[in-house]
Design a protein around this ligand. Structure first.
Ligand code: PGA
Length: 257
């Protein structure tokens, strides 16, 4: 059984005061989350991690960062290590988001280094994969997914791979309001899971949670979460308000598979 995991990627939004307000509101909504059999992770910007951590300490809500660097420390101006992220209270870290691939020169190789560093430090990577619109239209979706998954998990042992979360985020659906249909999501998720069977084995592939991301909203949550290989969501825009994010979590928790 894979526990549904809903993560909020706040991207470059929320000052510290705003982040405290949002996390306080969410904490009030989900006081006893564990009873709902669902895992909820908030991924604020680095500047607000410690404050959000303080707000959520006595709740079941977990904390994640949006990126990391693969060295523990050193002369790497502007970077933040996994050790520092853990120190701020995180259990998760998003790696290889398409915005980092598009705008900040993230490659499968840097994703792989970050995934290994996160695992070595005891953080759970949420490794993002997904095709651009032109790649989908050219019939290259599976080829791109294979490159992202194999490249990101190169030299990652079966034991470590079993711990990660993968987020399938078709780039054309991110922030566009255009969600993949439940069938499109299921097709991509099944492809990824079958690939994981080939790379590792059935047990490992069966334990890795695969989230869908890209314009997840309260209205489309149930149909997406009903898909057999969709194990949660990575939510951007709709995670920035208490109301929309808490409705997404509640709806996801109602889906029994
Ligand atoms: P969106 O973003 O929900 O705003 O489309 C998802 C993401 O980029 O993780």
């Amino acid at each position: 059984m894979r526990k549904t995991i809903i993560a909020g990627n706040w991207k470059m939004y929320k000052t510290i005061v705003e982040a405290i307000e949002l996390s306080n509101g969410l904490k009030r909504e989900f006081y006893k989350l564990d009873n709902q059999g669902i895992e909820v992770v908030l991924c604020p910007p680095f500047t607000a991690l410690s404050e959000v951590n303080e707000v959520i300490t006595e709740s079941e809500i977990k904390l994640g960062a949006q990126d990391c660097y693969w060295k523990d420390e050193g002369a790497f101006t502007g970077e933040v290590s996994c050790k520092m992220i853990k120190d701020a209270g995180c259990q998760f870290v998003i790696i290889g988001h398409s915005e980092r691939r598009q705008f900040f020169a993230e490659t499968n190789d840097t994703v792989n280094k970050k995934v290994k560093a996160a695992l070595a430090s005891g953080l759970t990577p949420i490794m993002c994969v997904g095709e651009m619109l032109a790649e989908r239209e050219a019939g290259k979706t599976f080829q791109v997914l294979e490159g992202h998954v194999r490249g990101g998990l190169r030299d990652v042992s079966a034991e470590d791979a079993a711990k990660i979360v993968i987020a399938y985020e078709p780039v054309w659906a991110i922030g566009t309001g255009k969600t993949a249909t439940p069938d499109q999501a299921q097709e991509a998720h099944k492809y990824i899971r079958d690939l994981l069977v080939k790379m590792y084995n059935k047990d490992v592939a069966g334990s890795i949670r695969i989230q869908y991301g890209g314009s997840v909203k309260p209205e489309n949550t149930i149909d997406l979460m009903k898909q057999p290989d969709v194990d949660g969501a990575l939510v951007g825009g709709a995670s920035l308000q208490v109301e929309s994010f808490s409705v997404i979590v509640k709806k996801a928790s109602e889906v029994v598979k």
